[in-house]
Design a protein around this ligand. Sequence first.
Ligand code: DQQ
Length: 482
Amino acid sequence: RAFRDPHRPRFHFTSPGGWLNDPNGLSHWDGVYHLFYQYNPLAPAHHRIHWGHATSTDLVTWTDEPVALVPGTTGPDRDGCWSGVLVDDGGVPTLVYSGRHGERELPCVATGSPDLRHWTKDPANPVIAAPPEGVDVTAYRDHCVWKEGDVWRQLVGSGIRGQGGTAFLYESQDLRHWRYVGPLLTGDASHGTAADLDWTGTMWECVDLFRVDGTDVLAFSAWDEGATHHPLYWTGRYEGDRFEPSALHRLDYGQNYFYAPQSTRDAHGRRIVFGWLQEGRGEEATARAGWSGVMSLPRLVTPGPDGALAQAPVPELARLRRDHVHVGPFEGDADLDAIRGDQLDLETTLRLAPGATVRLGVRETPDGAERTVVEITRDPAGTSGTLRLHREASSLDPDVDTAPRHGDLPFGPDGTVELRVLVDHSALEVFANGRALAARVYPTRPDEATGVSLTTTGRATVARLDAWHMAPIETAPRPLWP
Ligand code: DQQ
């Protein structure tokens, strides 16, 4: 791994080199977590996508495994093996993925060796020959596959031109022959515009249907004309061949910086989701770095108190914590000179009076010329507030994306905010009262941009602030090719 690049994360998973995007085939198989991912080992560019593969027994450290899927020299996936899932077909690990040929993607199947290292593509690929007849689709790819009784069901992400994003439902006895059932749900792209943070797009990438306790969730990434917008999810009821939505939610306030999430249920019954943290620096800088794309930390998803999902990094990550510093309680600004670094886990309990604001600065240079600020505001009425990420001063490099991000923050009557900020070089993940915001930041003086600060406006109390350095994860290398 090109660790000399100061922007390369050290406790997030990154590929050995080249390009990484979506998480794929997430599973907990015989006690081992498998993370496959969209991968171009040859260059940090989205081209002729393979499936990379890594394993973990603890969701913290990862072992690189041989590349799982390589695009064919002929056949339906000659231009790429795009996103998909892993299912257990009576003990046979089976991948369902999108084979790309030309501008078109179609569902393909591959079966694996018991250790999930060697994969054989089905000669019958593609297993669905074309999108549903008579439907004018904007695109057609990515899969969610599960079993109900004896019957396999599959969703393929798509969009109906003139209407909106959709998920087509199919059924099969054998994962090879599929019967089209109909659209599970179709969005309305005429509702809102691309500038709206909850616009559902003209196509749904990486559809994911799952249940958290009693709530059914249909997650997808809103896409339009080649642009990756943001991940959203519907809560509602999946019954028969339909999904009855009750509410639409934003999955991550970082928008395109947490894209194409996929989830799995592990052996402990937990719903765990990973997403792709894409780059925010210029193409030239990315090409020079030789790598692109970060996998998010694994997130635990649970039902939140307000009907939305609550997200938090899996507790296992606490194992990386070192050099604990505790401060608080205090009111107003704080001297946080004892805390500095570019691999940090910051956890704080704040109490804001109505109208108050707390700003937690990270990646600050001593002269303040570069800094990234996590801002929590409680509205004057007290019932709600905003989580904001100010990146405007995060980098002086004009080629870096420094646009801010924000989203609604639920507040309880006592004004408490549980805030957690994970800083890993260019990767940043923020969790506030269960809401998540991921982004990337690239200070031009990364070695100096290690400061942390806390300032308040209005009446705000820091009940406690705990900080740790995060140890780098050792990613054990293995031969890349089977
Ligand atoms: N990335 C994949 C597609 C998916 C998109 C291609 C989402 O399958 O729709 O690498 O980032």
